[in-house]
Ligand binder design. Structure first.
Ligand code: GDP
Ligand code: MG
Length: 165
């Protein structure tokens, strides 16, 4: 039997949640900004090993600058979460630790990936300084635009989820 895991993608407005999912699922990117309204759900089957697949059900939640206001009903039955911020926009990671705290409170025990997106917009050296200065712990630095680290991110999460019962 193939297992199916619900993954919610969270983060402030415009950080690239929809773009990351689109890059992962259809390997495309668009500069056209369309705000997600409500929730968008897409499924992708991921091969985590030979003869071993898992279905990720990706929940693209409407951007919100207030994590507290996310409807609890959207989060029910979540197996994994991705929190995305935009490394080119400090306002999206200024309160990262508090945001992550809230996410953990809303979804205790749920594996979480912390992702700095839009790595194509910031120089490597600048990025290092930024992360050090802010004392941020980040699992992946991605670019939905170039595709950098996007598959790695979702594969890592899928692998973690596949070993959870
Ligand atoms: P969401 O509100 O979090 O779903 O963000 P979107 O996926 O709608 O993206 C917001 C804007 O950022 C759009 O104009 C995207 O084209 C752009 N964007 C998203 N990801 C990237 C990225 O990795 N690099 C660059 N340069 N732009 C991106
Ligand atoms: Mg969106």
């Amino acid at each position: 039997m193939q297992s199916s895991k619900k993954v919610v993608v969270l983060g402030h407005f415009g950080v690239g949640k929809t773009s990351l999912i689109r890059r992962f699922v259809t390997d495309t990117f668009s500069d056209n900004y369309k705000v997600t309204i409500g929730v968008h759900i897409t499924k992708k089957v991921v091969e985590i090993a030979v003869d071993s697949t898992i279905s990720l059900i990706l929940w693209d939640l409407e951007g919100t600058d207030d994590i507290q206001s996310i409807r609890q009903s959207y989060l029910l039955g979540t197996h994994g979460a991705v929190f995305v911020f935009d490394i080119s926009r400090p306002s999206t990671f200024q309160h990262l630790n508090e945001d992550l705290q809230l996410v953990a409170e809303k979804m205790p025990e749920v594996p979480l990936m912390v992702v700095g997106n839009k790595s194509d917009l910031v120089e490597d050296a600048e990025l290092k300084n930024l992360l050090q200065a802010q004392e941020l712990t980040v699992d992946f630095l991605t670019s939905a635009k170039t595709g950098s680290a996007v598959n790695e991110l979702f594969l890592k999460l899928a692998t973690i989820l596949s070993s959870d019962a």
